[in-house]
Write a protein that binds this ligand. Sequence first.
Ligand code: PFF
Length: 435
Amino acid sequence: MTEDMGRERWSSTLGFIIASIGSAVGIGNIWRFPYIVGANGGGAFLIPYLISVFLFGLPLMLLEFTIGRSTKTSVITAFQSILGRSSLAGLAVVAIAGLVLSYYLVITSWVLAYALFFALNSPVDFHVFTGSYFPLIFFFFAGMAVFLTVRSGVREGIEMISRVLIPVLVVILIALVAFALTQTGAAAGIEFYLSPDYSKLTDPGVWTAAFGQAFFSLSVGMGVMLTYGSYLEGGALFRNASIIVVADMLIAILAGLAIFPLVFTAGLDPATGVNLTFITLPAVFVDMRFGMILGALFFAMLFAAALTSAVSMLEVPVAAMMDSRGYSRKRATLLVFGVIMLIGLPSALSYTALDLRLLGIRFLDLGDYLFGTIGLIVAGLIICIVGGWYMDRNRICDEIGGCGWQQKIYIVLIRYVVPAILLITLIANLFQVGG
Ligand code: PFF
């Protein structure tokens, strides 16, 4: 089924690994992970998280790479090749990736705005900022950055930007951690962040939070890793996936080590939930020596993380259109990007003075729930079923280095365990609707 000789390729395995780390490391690592750890048992949360990452996230990532590399094509056509007929399954996964991007881009644009405000020495209050129509301008610029990257192609666009931004991100993060640990609130911050509360482990909500966070953070379940795998030639998939997973986790853990010491040094309450990034942290920076520089660095780092993740989400529908419809990259990117900006507009407007809501919930939050939480799980289930149950076993073994006992365990994981976990997480999340 190696249909096209002219398919784009990563320049090397390293390029592929960096681009995949670029997709995995995003807002989920720097903003969401530290907050979820703090709220769900501190250091004890690392137990369900590690289990989720290695037992469920890693196998799903490996499955996506396997499907992509063996079919050498993107989601819709890969599913066609496996199922032997066209189906709505691929389209559903592609649509969910696009829909998640539509609101992820809004948050990315806020991050861009904050980076600029701090760099210009003029931080703006979150409510003042979002209450204006300024966010729309940033929405446009953040969108353009994503659009231009994907339009430039796999190697010159996606790989290039990750090769530049990921090392920058790591350097900034390490510098921020080093600085944060010298501050007076470091001990209290780390105590809040990591001191384990094992009693939380009996709460099923903590476990489903860990599952959801692991899937989201690793960018699995949305066809991103499948698409990235389709541009890959050789290399040991398990080893590469392990590197990506470990890098993603380390960056998430480090982010907390930068954030909480600063929050405690400023004497602020860390339990402000998702407001941590846009309200609490800016307040920390405003009151701090070197605060403007720290703020600019922090938000620049967050923007680098968000941009490389947003790019990967756009690549899913773009590649799908190119492969299934024969569109050129330029045409596919323009079309898909146009649609996503339109769909994202209600989310972008939902925090402005217009305060756009549906069923009383802001569009952006509704998108995060419907697409980023429920949609992601559904798409993950689809990938597990198509790959685990319909793909030829030998084909899977070929890609992952034989059919020994390790591979047998892996197949049990993707056929039974991962779908079961996804189903449990889905049900748990559906019951939280009213909450
Ligand atoms: N992994 C990204 C993050 O942690 O922010 C978000 C993400 C990107 C999720 C791509 C899913 C995806 F397909």
